[in-house]
Design a protein around this ligand. Structure first.
Ligand code: FAD
Ligand code: NAI
Length: 462
C-alpha cells in the first residue's frame, strides 16, 4: 500500500496526459491501468491502429488509381493482410511503449490491475488499497450495441474486431454512418470488400455541416461505398460465418434484408464505469450514463474528479488530453481552462474531413447574422496536382464584426489545416486576419486563405 497526491484510473489519452502533467507539477502520481499496455482505447484499439490501416489502404488506393497517371507503371501491389495487421500492431507497440518510457521519465507509477474506489481517498487494486488525496477517473468508453444485435467480434464486430479480422470480408455491412463506420468502411472498401452502410438518419456524420455531409457522401459513393439511409436496423441473425441484417425504412416502414460475411456495429460508444463502485460511494451520473462533473472536472464527491470519454462532451482523444492537463493544473492549485468552443473534429478518410466551431445550421438556429467564405480545392494548384481537387474550405464569420465562428474543410490534409483556424479562433481573429496572412505557395493551406478572402472582397482563384 502506498500513498499518493493523485491516483488516476485509466491510462488512455485523458489519464496518461493527466499523470504526466501532475508529475511535472510536483505531485506524487500513480496510474492504475487494467490493460497489459498503456495508452487506452486510443493507442490500443482506436485512433492509432485505425489510422495505420487507413494509411496502408490509402497507399494501396493511390497505387491502384493514381500511379499510372503520374507515369509510374507496373502492377499495383497485392495485399498481404497478416503483414498489414502486423504493421499496425507494430505501430501500436511503439506508441504504447512510448508512454511507458514517459511514465518512467516523469516518475509516474503504473499500478497494474483493475481499480475500484471503496471510499473517497482510497483506490483498491486486487487486495491492495492505496491512499490518494485526489482520484481522477479516466476510465474511458466502450462500444455500445443495439437491441437484437449480439456482438461476437468475429462475424458481428465492433471497431475492436474490425482491427483484427481473420480475413478481408467479401460483403461488409456497417451499421451507423458515423466516424467509425466511415473510417473502417473506407479501409475495407479499399481492400476490395463490398461495403454497405446502413444509417438511421437521412444524413451521414450527424451534427456536421450539411454542405460537408453532402459532398462527403458523394465522394464516398464514388469510392464504392453503398448507403442505405433512413433505415432502422431491427436485428442481425448470425451463424459462425455469415449474417443477415434486417432493417426497416423509416419513410414507409417496409422491411428489408442484407446478407453479409461481417457486420460492423458502429452506433456510438458509452462511458465505461464497470467495477469502479461509483454507486456505492454516491458519485452522481448524468441522464446519459456519464459521470457528472462541474466546470473544474470535480464530481459531487470531494476529492474525486473525472475526465475524457467517461464525462460529457465529444468522445475525442484530444478533448480527453486537454481535460487531463487542465485537471492536473486544478489539483496543483493553478488556473486552468478548456475552451470547448474550439475543439476540432477530424475524420481520417481520403479526403479528410475537419471542422471546428459552429456549423451554419447552428448559427441559423441561434438567429446569428453570419457570412460564408467558401473555396473549392479545384482552385488550389497543389490539390489538383495530387488528384485531390474535390472538396472545399468553408469559413463562417460574424456578419458585422468578421470574427471567425467556424470552419469546415473536406479535402487533402484537412485534419492538419484546421489548426490554423483553431489558433485564429483562440485569438478571436477575424476572417480578414487570416486573409491578410501570407500563406506559402503551393500549399493546401492557401485554400484556407482563399476562403477567408471570400468572406471579404472575394477569393482570387475562384
Ligand atoms: P480510454 O482511451 O478509453 O482509456 C481508458 C482506459 O482506462 C482504458 O485503457 C481502460 O482499460 C482503463 N480502465 C477502465 N476502467 C478501469 C479500471 N477500473 N481500472 C483500471 N483501468 C481501467 N479519437 C480521436 O480524437 N481521434 C481519432 O482518430 C479516434 N479514432 C478512434 C478510432 C476508434 C476505432 C475508436 C474506438 C475510438 C477513436 N477515437 C478517436 C476516440 C478516442 O479513442 C477516445 O476519445 C479516447 O481514447 C478517450 O480517452 P480516455 O482517456 O477518456 O479513455
Ligand atoms: P457516432 O456517434 O459517430 O456514429 C453513430 C452513427 O450510428 C450515427 O450516425 C447514428 O445515427 C447511427 N445509428 C445509431 N443507431 C442506429 C441504428 N439503429 N441503425 C442505424 N444507424 C444507427 O459513433 P461511432 O462511429 O460508433 O464512433 C464512436 C465515437 O468514437 C465517436 O463519438 C467519435 O468521436 C469517436 N471516434 C472518433 C474518431 C475520429 O476522431 N477520427 C474515429 C473513430 C471514433
Amino acid at each position: 500500500m502506498a500513498s499518493y497526491d493523485v491516483i488516476i484510473i485509466g491510462a488512455g489519452p485523458g489519464g496518461y496526459v493527466c499523470a504526466i502533467r501532475c508529475a511535472q507539477l510536483g505531485l506524487k502520481t500513480a496510474v492504475v491501468e487494467g490493460r497489459d499496455t498503456l495508452g487506452g482505447t486510443c493507442l490500443n484499439v482506436g485512433c492509432i491502429p485505425s489510422k495505420a490501416l487507413l494509411h496502408a489502404t490509402h497507399s494501396l488506393h493511390e497505387a491502384q488509381h493514381n500511379f499510372a497517371a503520374m507515369g509510374l507503371k507496373g502492377k499495383a501491389p497485392s495485399v498481404d493482410w497478416p503483414a498489414m495487421k502486423a504493421y499496425k500492431t507494430d505501430v501500436v507497440g511503439q506508441n504504447t511503449k512510448g508512454i511507458e518510457f514517459l511514465f518512467k521519465k516523469n516518475k509516474v507509477d503504473w499500478i497494474k490491475g483493475w481499480a475500484s474506489i471503496p471510499e473517497p481517498g482510497k483506490v483498491q487494486v486486487g487486495e491492495e488499497v492505496h491512499d490518494a488525496k485526489n482520484i481522477v477517473i479516466a476510465s474511458g468508453s466502450e462500444a455500445s450495441s443495439l437491441p437484437g444485435v449480439n456482438v461476437d467480434e468475429k462475424v458481428v464486430i465492433t471497431s475492436t474486431g474490425a482491427l483484427e479480422l481473420g480475413k478481408i470480408p467479401k460483403k461488409l455491412v456497417v451499421i451507423g454512418a458515423g466516424v467509425i463506420g466511415l473510417e473502417m468502411g473506407s479501409v475495407y472498401a479499399r481492400l476490395g470488400a463490398e461495403v454497405t452502410v446502413v444509417e438511421f438518419l437521412d444524413e451521414i456524420t450527424p451534427g456536421m455541416d450539411k454542405d460537408v455531409q453532402k459532398t462527403f457522401q458523394r465522394i464516398l459513393k464514388k469510392q464504392g461505398l453503398n448507403f442505405v439511409m433512413g433505415a432502422a436496423v431491427q436485428k442481425v441473425d448470425a451463424t459462425k460465418t455469415k449474417a443477415k441484417v434486417t432493417y426497416k425504412l423509416r419513410k414507409d416502414d417496409s422491411e428489408h434484408m442484407l446478407d453479409a460475411d461481417t457486420v460492423l456495429v458502429a452506433t456510438g460508444r458509452k462511458p465505461f464505469i464497470n467495477g469502479l463502485g461509483l454507486d456505492k460511494i454516491g458519485v452522481a451520473m448524468t441522464e446519459r450514463g456519464q459521470i457528472a462533473t462541474d466546470a473544474r472536472w470535480a464530481t459531487n464527491v470531494a476529492g474525486i474528479y473525472a475526465i475524457g470519454d467517461v464525462i460529457e462532451g465529444p468522445m475525442l482523444a484530444h478533448k480527453a488530453e486537454d481535460e487531463g492537463m487542465a485537471v492536473a493544473e486544478v489539483l496543483a492549485g493553478k488556473a486552468s481552462h478548456v475552451n470547448y468552443g474550439v475543439i476540432p473534429g477530424v475524420i481520417y478518410t481520403a479526403p479528410e474531413v475537419a471542422s471546428v466551431g459552429a456549423t451554419e445550421q447552428q448559427l441559423k438556429d441561434e438567429g446569428r447574422a453570419y457570412k460564408v467564405g467558401k473555396f473549392s480545392f479545384m482552385g488550389n494548384a497543389r490539390a489538383k496536382a495530387v488528384f485531390q481537387g474535390e472538396g472545399f474550405v468553408k469559413l463562417l464569420a460574424d456578419k458585422d464584426t468578421d470574427r471567425l465562428l467556424g470552419a469546415h474543410i473536406i479535402g487533402p490534409a484537412a485534419g492538419d489545416m484546421i489548426h490554423e483556424i483553431c489558433v485564429a479562433m483562440e485569438f478571436g481573429a477575424a476572417a480578414q486576419d487570416v486573409a491578410m496572412t501570407c500563406h506559402a505557395h503551393p500549399t493546401y493551406s492557401e485554400a484556407v486563405r482563399e476562403a477567408a478572402l471570400a468572406c471579404g472582397d472575394g477569393a482570387i482563384h475562384a
